[in-house]
Design a protein around this ligand. Structure first.
Ligand code: 13P
Length: 246
């Protein structure tokens, strides 16, 4: 059986005091029966690394540059993230695709940059409500994933994939377990055609996952964990989802 992964995406939330409380609350609830990570805003990576160093909890960032280094004001390279002990970096989150016009090709380059520095990219794919209603879900997620598979080549098996239907993010509208499983199965089939490691790869669901819907989502055969937004900001809720996964 695949080990599950629950990753918190704090987005642009937090401050020194609330972060310390949140991390202490999660750490105090160990051990978990699944992999657990928090993806924090860049300025808080250093303190997160210190707070979690003695634990088996993992941390990461929410984006990275596709470039190695250079005159790219405001960007943060994968090499820099590696220096802070990051294990993961989210790439292609729909908020980056939407608000920063990130293309499939750019997301693929970011995933490649992450892997080349030993980070595991958590590659997000997902359709908008209009795309779902137009019957384009399969085509959209396949196109998004295909760009990354192509860029990573024989290393494609090393990424984590996250299916995040855009209409379920921060809306309280969650995909039904059947809707999510259907897309996860499609993604697994696509991965199988690309890498011999597809059966071991973690495919996370993200979009209004909460303690009260986590069990039904996580019991689906191809849902291997969660990428958690709002509920990752409260230790009790995040811990409850980790318990549901493990
Ligand atoms: P919510 O859990 O707040 O819907 O956010 C999901 C998400 O975007 C995680 O990356």
């Amino acid at each position: 059986m695949r080990r599950k992964l629950v990753a918190g995406n704090w987005k642009m939330h937090g401050n020194h005091r609330s972060n310390a409380e949140l991390l202490a609350g999660i750490a105090a609830s160990r051990p978990f029966g699944c992999d657990v990570a928090v993806c924090v805003p860049y300025p808080y990576l250093a303190e997160t690394a210190v707070a979690l160093a003695a634990s088996d909890l993992r941390w990461g960032a929410q984006d990275c540059s596709a470039h190695e280094q250079g005159a790219y004001t405001g960007e943060v390279s994968a090499a820099m993230l590696a220096e802070f002990g990051c294990r993961y970096v989210i790439v292609g989150h729909s908020e980056r695709r939407q608000f920063h016009a990130e293309s499939d090709a750019l997301v693929a380059d970011k995933a490649k940059a992450a892997l080349s520095h030993g980070l595991t990219p958590i590659v997000c794919v997902g359709e908008t409500l209009a795309q779902r209603e137009a019957g384009q879900t399969e085509a959209v997620v396949k196109r998004q994933l295909s760009a990354v598979i192509h860029a990573l080549g024989h290393c494609a098996g090393e990424m984590v994939v996250a299916y995040e239907p855009v209409w379920a993010i921060g809306t309280g509208k969650v995909a039904t377990p059947e809707q999510a499983q259907a897309v996860h199965a499609l993604l697994r089939a696509q991965l199988k055609a690309a890498t011999p490691h597809a059966d071991q790869m973690q495919i996370l669901y993200g979009g209004s996952m909460k303690p009260d819907n986590a069990v039904s989502l996580l019991s689906q055969p191809d849902i291997d964990g969660g990428l958690i937004g709002g509920a990752s900001l409260k230790a009790a809720d995040f811990v409850a989802i980790c318990r549901a996964a493990g």
